[in-house]
Design a protein around this ligand. Structure first.
Ligand code: FES
Length: 102
C-alpha cells in the first residue's frame, strides 16, 4: 500500500481533526487525547457531511449535522442515526509528517 503524506503532525492539536483530499476522495485525520493519529473516510456515512468539522473527544468524533458519534480508531458507529461504520486507514508519523496508507 502506498503511503500518502497528509499533513504535518504539528498542524493538529490534541482532540482536533482536519480533512485532506487525495485522488478525488476526502479523508479525515484525527489527533486523539493521547497524541496518537488516525485516519478515516472524510464524510459521515449518514449524509456525507465532513467529519473533520465535528467535535473530537478522546477517540471519537461527533458528526456536526445529526450528532452520530464514531470511534475513529475502529470506525464503529457508537450513536445513531448513522448505522454504517467508517472505513479506517493505517496511519503513522515519520519525520513530523502524518503518513496514511490509502
Ligand atoms: S449527516 Fe452525520 S449523522 Fe447525519
Amino acid at each position: 500500500m502506498p503511503c500518502v503524506d497528509a499533513c504535518s503532525a504539528a498542524d493538529l492539536d490534541a482532540e482536533e481533526a482536519r480533512s485532506f483530499d487525495q485522488g478525488g476522495r476526502t479523508f479525515a485525520i484525527y489527533r486523539n487525547h493521547q497524541d496518537k493519529y488516525f485516519c478515516t473516510d472524510g464524510r459521515c456515512t449518514h449524509e456525507e457531511i465532513h467529519l473533520a468539522d465535528g467535535l473530537v473527544i478522546e477517540n471519537t468524533v461527533e458528526c456536526p449535522k445529526h450528532s452520530s458519534i464514531f470511534n475513529f480508531e475502529t470506525g464503529e458507529v457508537e450513536t445513531p442515526p448513522a448505522c454504517e461504520n467508517l472505513r479506517t486507514y493505517p496511519t503513522k508519523v515519520e519525520g513530523g509528517r502524518i503518513l496514511v496508507e490509502i
